[in-house]
Write a protein that binds this ligand. Structure first.
Ligand SMILES: [Zn+2]
Length: 113
């Protein structure tokens, strides 16, 4: 697995993201839901590869591995156990398409979830 080292500027931006996440959490605000309003956590930056009424999928700006993709539900859930099975099925179906793209375009040998 290839891990991209972050340059100094990316490290600063990542620290800023962590600071904003903590700020939202300290206020009891879900940072994932808030991001759909502000766009200040997972900045779009042309990284969105799929979006519909239920989910948004985008490449991580500061990836731990090549092709790291973030999938966020537009419906808020405290944790994944609350998620409707239909949404889980939808996410898996879209993930399967993204996995195929990772293998075709990035040349990924293995894809992890
Ligand atoms: Zn939420």
């Amino acid at each position: 697995m290839y891990v991209k080292p972050l340059d100094e500027n990316d490290e600063i931006l990542l620290q800023e993201r962590r600071r904003k996440i903590k700020e939202y959490q300290d206020k009891g605000i879900c940072f994932s839901c808030e991001n759909f309003i502000t766009g200040d956590i997972f900045t779009e930056d042309g990284l969105i590869i799929y979006e519909d009424d239920l989910i948004r999928c985008q490449f991580e700006k500061f990836p731990r591995a090549v092709g790291q993709t973030i999938i966020v539900s537009k419906q808020h859930y405290e944790d994944i156990s609350e998620m409707q099975l239909d949404l889980g099925t939808h996410i898996l179906r879209i993930s399967n398409d993204i996995i195929k793209l990772h293998k075709k375009i990035i040349g990924a040998e293995k894809v992890y979830m």
